[in-house]
Write a protein that binds this ligand. Structure first.
Ligand SMILES: [Zn+2]
Length: 232
């Protein structure tokens, strides 16, 4: 062997996905109490929804994230997104099958947050679709790869404020003509890699609901806990 197995994070021993046991152990899985609306972890269990969701309900119905987006989980997530590490996607799908179990039980179909065709051309794959497809296979739910399209190429959400992110993706998604029957009257589980402010997921949820979706829930690999000061 020219190249002995090595860990991506420089740890001692490669385990699943090329990350060391230490790297996996530092991932903060969200298996405690979370807000039913947006999936934010509660330090204690104050009830169903966080103050932000009570004050302003989201366009989606409920969200769950497998882990916190932080310096540990960022690495494998960015490797799937930008470094052709497609082998990580089935593992993320397994995480979601556990974390989003209550949402999966209620869902009729699974759809990924789409990339704009130009970005898809450059990146060659959509990381959300790479996670959503094996999740559909695991759960036996119909997979709808083209339920949504991105009708304009939005600039990256990175480095934007909450309101800037909202403006950037407002009206960016639609259910394409002829695809409405896929989602009308259905409960759709939307899949993405990271939930930051939720602006993208909300924009997708609005498009699905205006095409007649009964309910839109969101399952993501990782969720940002504090938005302030985080550049993605
Ligand atoms: Zn919430």
């Amino acid at each position: 062997m020219l190249f002995p197995p090595q860990t991506i994070d420089g740890g001692p021993r490669p385990l699943a996905g090329g990350f060391s046991a230490d790297a996996w152990s530092r991932i903060r899985f969200l298996d405690g109490p979370v807000c039913d609306g947006c999936g934010v972890p509660f330090d204690y269990d104050p009830g169903d929804r966080c103050a932000a969701c009570l004050a302003k309900p989201r366009a989606f119905d409920a969200a769950r994230a497998a882990c916190l987006y932080d310096e540990t989980s960022r690495d494998p997530i960015l490797k799937l997104k930008h470094a052709d590490r497609l082998d990580l996607a089935p593992m993320f799908a397994r995480w979601l099958s556990r974390t989003a179990r209550v949402l999966i039980e209620e869902a009729d179909a699974i759809a990924p947050v789409p990339l704009h065709p130009w970005r898809l051309l450059r990146r060659r794959y959509n990381q959300a679709a790479e996670i959503a497809r094996p999740l559909a296979r695991l759960t036996g739910l119909p997979y709808l790869p083209d339920a949504l399209i991105r009708r304009r190429a939005t600039a990256t959400q990175g480095g934007r404020s909450g309101s800037g992110r909202k403006r950037n993706v407002a009206g960016a998604f639609e259910v394409p003509p002829g695809r409405g029957a896929q989602v009308a009257g259905k409960r759709v589980l939307l899949v993405d890699d990271v939930l930051t402010t939720g602006a993208t997921a909300e924009s997708c949820a609005r498009a699905l609901k205006s095409a007649g979706a009964l309910r839109v829930d969101v399952a993501v690999v990782a969720r940002v806990k504090e938005i302030a000061g985080l550049a993605i």
